[in-house]
Ligand binder design. Structure first.
Ligand code: ADP
Length: 206
């Protein structure tokens, strides 16, 4: 069975660690657009160089570039066979619309979008104890504010499409992982049962 998952989470939410465990558990590839863009930059391709500049400036890489990269990746045999855990894409409601179209071309659709939820105060604490040079309280606050601003419409999009699952990211790593698995399993069991059929004798037209 192939799974189509999206994961969202603030920096410091533990998303990276949980992604590694999820793909091991479900056997689908982890597709991180941030990782793909960084790899392109390392390779020194024209696209990688341009994307690198945008990333450094804290901007979003243009949709036409992202759609090309993602469409190509989603057409690979491993994804077609096992599905995917998408991380970093979609980032906007427009990208979510496009993802829906791309998946439909393969006769697929998203199963669930997980928002791994760790409150701002907690991720701030985690980032401060990690102690990187650019992790000043002001820089952290600004990054989190930008994330919130960017992500709110996307969360709304998933919610509006009945795809959103908020998972509490506080607690032990194992505990959080089990919550994630329980959420994905519940969503995919529901999906495989399909929608209930409307009553045949229903003559109410609106
Ligand atoms: P973060 O460090 O915020 O977790 P990522 O590693 O997912 O971010 O991505 C790093 C950078 O790559 C982003 O800041 C952005 O410039 C670019 N990027 C990644 N995914 C996308 C996307 N879906 N649309 C536009 N730009 C993207």
């Amino acid at each position: 069975m192939s799974l189509y998952l999206v994961i969202l989470g603030r920096q410091g939410s533990g998303k990276g660690t949980q992604c590694t465990r999820l793909v091991e558990h479900y056997g689908c590839p982890h597709v991180s657009t941030g990782d793909m863009l960084r790899a392109a930059r390392e390779e020194g391709t024209e696209m990688g160089r341009k994307a690198g500049e945008i990333m450094d400036a804290g901007g979003l890489v243009p949709d036409e570039v992202m759609f090309g990269i993602v469409a190509e990746r989603l057409a690979k045999p491993d994804v077609l066979k096992h599905g995917v855990l998408l991380d970093g894409f979609p980032r906007t409601a427009g990208q979510a619309d496009e993802l829906e179209r791309m998946l439909a071309e393969h006769g697929e659709r998203l199963d669930v979008a997980i928002n791994l939820d760790v409150p701002v105060e907690e991720v701030t604490k985690r980032m401060l104890t990690r102690g990187r040079e650019d992790d000043t309280p002001e820089a952290i606050a600004e990054r989190l504010r930008l994330y919130e601003e960017q992500t709110a419409p996307l969360v709304e999009w998933f919610d509006g499409h009945g795809l959103l699952a908020v998972v509490d990211g506080l607690g032990e790593e194992d505990e959080v992982f089990h919550r994630l698995v329980a959420t994905v399993d519940a969503k995919t069991r529901g999906a495989s049962q399909g929608e209930p059929l409307p009553a045949a004798d229903d003559d109410v037209v609106d």
